[in-house]
Ligand binder design. Structure first.
Ligand SMILES: O=P(O)(O)OC[C@H]1O[C@@H](O)[C@H](O)[C@@H]1O
Length: 238
């Protein structure tokens, strides 16, 4: 029990906390081989007309996790997303009017599985390619950069991102997924050797269909090894 804090002070502190903590969500989407981020255009307030990450204020009787899901849903229509908390961004000058700390959340989704619809305080919601991000409000470009670095570390340690591919895929599709998320170019024979060495893939007795070039072999993930690697983690060095 904290001493010397009367009810009035506690009430004041609770109110000030509600005005000093916000949520921001970085939603990465993968679509046709390209990595994108979901942004919203503000319809009101000091950032009217500008683009930023979907986020905002937390209700008094709401957990931060619930606030993240609610805000994302109200602003963009996205629902049932697995959001992971990233970290708090607390630069004293990050918000122009007063001290506001924001809690970052992030997710990586298959774009085609979701429909976007702007609502609440957003006039528009759009996916932006990762290398075509405009100037965002407040510190949102920094939050996005931090999230991207985090995502890049994560894909080297766990088989996240694999669920962005179709059930049956070619080695080239898998390599392109890694290249796009990591923002690097890979050597195909090297990638092939290393990925096959992990025994994570099952070669199918099937080839690509309806392609103009030479049809490539199709693979799928071995679910048992996939789960083992998800639990234990790995170190993907290409
Ligand atoms: O929606 P407004 O009031 O412009 O933004 C206020 C706060 O909500 C968050 O998204 C921002 O990062 C900021 O911390």
């Amino acid at each position: 029990m904290v001493e010397n804090v009367d009810d009035k002070t506690a009430y004041k502190n609770e109110n000030s906390a509600m005005n000093a903590i916000t949520i921001d969500c970085v939603i990465f989407g993968f679509d046709k081989g390209s990595l994108e981020v979901l942004l919203v255009q503000h319809a009101e307030g000091i950032s009217k007309g500008k683009w930023g990450l979907p986020g905002g204020w937390i209700y008094k009787k709401e957990s931060t996790d619930n606030a993240a899901h609610r805000l994302l849903n109200e602003l963009t229509g996205l629902d049932n997303i697995y959001l992971e908390q990233l970290k708090a961004f607390g630069d004293p000058d990050r918000f122009p009017l007063r001290r506001v700390i924001t809690i970052g959340y992030y997710a990586l989704v298959k774009r085609e599985d979701y429909n976007i619809k702007a609502g609440f305080t957003a006039s528009d919601a759009q996916w932006y390619k990762i290398n075509e991000i405009p100037d965002l409000i407040y510190d949102h470009n920094e939050i996005l950069d931090y999230s991207l670095k985090h995502l890049r570390n994560r894909v080297r340690q766990a088989p996240i991102g694999f669920n962005l591919l179709p059930e049956k895929f070619t080695l080239l599709q898998l390599m392109q997924l890694y290249e796009e998320i990591l923002g690097i170019e890979m050597d195909k024979p090297n990638f092939r050797r290393k990925i096959l060495h992990m025994k994570l893939l099952v070669a199918l007795d099937e080839k690509q269909q309806d392609v103009s070039h030479r049809a490539a072999q199709l693979y799928k993930f071995d679910p048992e090894i996939y789960n083992q690697l998800t639990e234990k983690g790995f170190n993907f060095v290409f």
